[in-house]
Design a protein around this ligand. Structure first.
Ligand SMILES: C[S@@+](CC[C@H](N)C(=O)[O-])C[C@H]1O[C@@H](n2cnc3c(N)ncnc32)[C@H](O)[C@@H]1O
Length: 136
């Protein structure tokens, strides 16, 4: 899928409000997430890669920050790409057994074959300068 790498296409039509899938991974505390980010960065550098390939989603739950680390999973949610201008999914926090989970909900009707996209929500100017694709 061109410069974006892998992505996810809708295997069928979806209606607004439908649940699509979970951003599934391991729920970890912020401190552990920072340790892993460092490790993933070191591993990428050792392999001569410009960008580390890790799949981490940070979320707030009960006044604490957590991370869903999907790096070591093969689950599809982690492969959904970003669009700020035309997202067709939005994330929703679900709490099951007192543990937060991230689900993707259809924001507008989706046709079969359309790429699934959601807004990664990054607004920090320095990050946007570094990764201009987050502005689109
Ligand atoms: C959660 S992953 C999505 C799956 C990823 N495309 C892959 O091949 O594994 C996020 C990464 O995908 C790429 N990406 C996602 N959306 C993009 C976009 N709209 N334009 C360019 N790259 C994008 C960036 O490299 C980003 O760090």
């Amino acid at each position: 899928m061109d410069a974006k790498g892998k992505g996810v296409l809708a295997g069928r039509a979806f209606r607004r409000g439908e649940y699509v899938c979970e951003y599934a991974g391991e729920l970890i505390e912020l401190e552990e997430a920072h340790r892993r980010e460092e490790r993933y960065r070191t591993e990428a550098t050792a392999k001569g890669l410009d960008e580390m390939m890790c799949y981490m989603y940070f979320l707030r739950h009960k006044s604490r920050t957590y991370c869903v680390d999907a790096t070591q999973t093969g689950r599809v949610g982690r492969l959904i790409n970003h669009s700020r201008a035309k997202p067709n999914l939005k994330t929703k926090l679900f709490v099951l057994d007192d543990r937060p989970h991230l689900g993707f909900i259809v924001k507008r009707d989706i046709e079969k074959g359309e790429e699934l996209l959601y807004d990664y929500g990054e607004r920090d100017p320095a990050t946007l300068r570094q990764m201009p694709w987050l502005k689109q």
